[in-house]
Design a protein around this ligand. Structure first.
Ligand code: FES
Length: 99
């Protein structure tokens, strides 16, 4: 998975050379700085019946020291970058019966 960042301004990319049209260069960056980098793809699967607690909180910012669980590292990441990422919360408690 990659984040895309557009670069616009005085830099002229080779693909834009000679173009009379406005040119935008899009560069892909990795979003995972350190988690299980030796694996080709980081995949985790948990059966709902096996959740450690009725509410399980999973990291989506790739900064947690307890990955795949959220440890709150997204707060520091958001403050440093202006990003707005947060965890995925799986609530396995039964839904209230309709009245
Ligand atoms: S630490 Fe990554 S979403 Fe909370």
């Amino acid at each position: 998975m990659f984040a895309l960042r557009s670069i616009a301004g005085p830099v002229r990319a080779p693909a834009c050379a000679g173009s009379r049209h406005r040119c935008v260069v899009v560069r892909a960056e990795g979003i995972n700085p350190s988690i299980r980098k030796s694996e080709e793809k980081v995949v985790d699967m948990v059966k709902v019946a096996d959740l450690p607690t009725p509410k399980a909180v999973y990291c989506r910012c790739w900064r947690s020291a307890k990955f795949p669980y959220c440890d709150g590292a997204h707060v520091k990441h958001n403050k440093a970058t202006g990003d707005n990422v947060g965890p995925l919360v799986i609530d396995s408690t039964p839904a209230a019966a309709p009245q």
